[in-house]
Ligand binder design. Structure first.
Ligand code: AQP
Length: 345
């Protein structure tokens, strides 16, 4: 990159001409269509109008049992996937969370301003620890919203574009920022969640009452952004549908509503238009059309993922660039936090 480009895109402190955006993703597998439609696609669209920071949140991915080798590989696979989806590393700041030690130090400091009751109410914690005896639930899964709060506040992010499932965590970040500012003086920007209505919650293909998740037990829950054409078609064919035969979105048709939302989001057409196209046709016809649209959208992304995966040196270069640009913000910010909290350094 030329130094002129670097200068133009370097995050600047002081008066901002563009909003600053922070949104991360866990390297717990190749992103799903849910991650893409709910988050990544918006990041790609917003990157030229904002100062965007996108951490690969590998510390978050340690909160459930995992294989170290997988975590390492998946960090690179995720970088490849985000680049393939259209994140421009010369514009947006793409980096690995564990390479920025200021995130973890700030986590500790913010934990002193976060209440036990607040963390106990997080629905993701309840879902992910559901059914387990407290003795068997790792404290990381309980505590990780504090790390997420630090991820956001250390950049003084204005906006946090996320899927609907993360709304509660952004609320927590806001509450902690307010509390910290009132105790220690104005230090952090209070961030806002930026949740796009359409695609905010893509549901599982095998169960439209659960969200689509890359770590779901069944591969028929999700479509990965590197699934091959046959896999995409098979998964769409196996997707559950509702009783009846009409291709229509309705509150009592959660499966059809989900499939129509996906179809509409991936083709940039309204649900009403798609319903019209399939009026009087069968679910099978609708599913074939949906599978075609998904194959068309995902095949070029899959090809680019493979290209990036084959060039580890380029991925390392991109992630080092992201690390350095991030630390231009995080090092002085943490210095200020240490100062206002009375820490001797
Ligand atoms: N089903 C979804 N619909 C819309 N948006 C979604 N997101 C996740 N699932 C959906 C959004 O994707 C971004 C990155 O999420 P993440 O990987 O950091 O964590 P997650 O929300 O826990 O996503 P997964 O796929 O369910 O991961 P695992 O299986 O590892 O827990 C976030 O903005 C999220 O809102």
């Amino acid at each position: 990159m030329s130094s002129a480009t670097m200068e133009a895109t370097k995050p600047q402190e002081g008066a901002r001409t563009k909003p600053r955006i922070l949104s991360g993703i866990q390297p717990s597998g190749i992103p799903t269509l849910g991650n893409y439609l709910g988050a990544v696609r918006h990041w790609v669209r917003q990157q030229y109008e904002a100062e965007s920071f996108h951490p690969i949140v590998n510390l978050h991915a340690m909160t459930l049992p995992y294989d170290p080798k997988d975590l390492h590989q998946r960090t690179y696979d995720l970088a490849a996937s985000l680049l393939a989806c259209g994140i421009d590393p010369e514009v947006a700041v793409l980096f690995v969370q564990s390479q920025i030690p200021e995130h973890t130090e700030l986590t500790w400091i913010l934990s002193t301003q976060t209440m036990f009751g607040e963390l106990s109410r997080m629905t993701q914690f309840k879902e992910k620890s559901g059914g387990e005896q407290p003795e068997r639930v790792g404290t990381g899964i309980f505590f990780y919203p504090v790390l997420m709060t630090a991820d956001i506040l250390i950049y003084d992010a204005d906006l946090v574009p996320v899927g609907d499932d993360q709304r509660q965590h952004v609320e927590l970040a806001r509450d902690v920022a307010h509390r910290f500012n009132s105790v220690f003086g104005e230090t952090f920007v209070v961030p806002e969640a930026d949740i796009k209505e359409e695609g905010a919650r893509i549901m599982g293909l095998d169960d439209p009452t659960m969200k689509m998740s890359k770590s779901a037990a069944s591969e028929y829950n999700y479509i990965s952004m590197n699934d091959d054409d046959d896999t995409i078609r098979r998964k769409v064919r196996r997707a559950v549908t509702d009783s009846g035969s009409e291709v229509k979105a309705a509150p009592d048709k959660p499966a059809l509503t989900n499939l129509l939302t996906i179809y509409s989001q991936i083709t940039d057409r309204t649900i009403a238009k798609i319903e019209q196209e399939y009026e009087g046709k069968r679910y099978g016809d609708f599913k074939n059309g949906l599978a075609d649209a998904l194959v068309e959208a995902i095949a070029p992304i899959r090809a680019r993922i493979e290209e990036f995966q084959a060039d580890r040196a380029e991925l390392d270069r991109i992630l080092a660039l992201g690390r350095d640009r991030s630390r231009e913000i995080t090092v002085p910010k943490l210095e200020r936090v240490r100062e206002v909290t009375g820490l001797v350094t």
